[in-house]
Design a protein around this ligand. Sequence first.
Ligand code: PXL
Length: 273
Amino acid sequence: MTKNTSLPVVLTFAASDPTGGAGMQADILTLTSMGCHALSVLTAVTVQDTVGVEDYFPLDTDWIVDQARCVLEDMPVAAFKVGMLGSLEAIAAVAAIVADYPDVPLILDPVLTSGRGDALSTDDMRAAMMDMLIPQTTIITPNSVEARRLVEDELDGEEDTLDVCARLLLATGCEYVLITGTHEGTSEVINTLYDTTGVLCADAWARLAGSYHGSGCTLASAIAATLAHNMPIAEAVREAQAFTYESLRAGFRPGMGQYIPDRLFWARDGDKS
Ligand code: PXL
């Protein structure tokens, strides 16, 4: 049998979402669908359905560290993707692990709440992300609500426009910020990519009807995949948005709550549009 050495390996730190819409399940589906192999380091277990999150249980930090160190000893990785970490200790532990791989791109989805607003983090965790993880990040992908919350303590009286939020996030040392605009009052969804020189590009997408579970996880994992495939940043972000948009457009509603993106939209028979 020939050995397939062509799949870039991406390590994701994420929590389990039993609905299959968000979290680890979203990451593995997205990375696989985009031609990567996913290493999956579980950080927490959640109890949820497509309507809301009922509870979560953060794994003991030693278990998170051991999972990651074990696979990292074995395999080189082309990117790290970080989603829900679940505890202050987990943020510090993951920050220490990725610090040992400064040349590997780090994609951070700063999960503060679920799409429906259930708390998945505390204020201490938000501060720890700003101190320990965001400075090491290649690209952080907050929605506009998360961007404003992350920089809340840094504003010093300034108005929290998205441009200001991006500037304050970049001031921590991260390389790029992609702020997604689903929660803004614009007719189209506008996602804006920034670096320290300002806006690199802004992409507008038709606003889809319905509420989706796992869109942020899909977008951040898709960026991890395109960067793992060595695409230049603007193209990587654009391609990942297109993938996410198509996944959402093909989304389905298996339960009583949110729609779930179909990350394998391209593999289906027939045209769903
Ligand atoms: O979409 C953010 C997110 C990330 N990870 C897990 C989640 C959610 C949202 O519900 O449940 C496990």
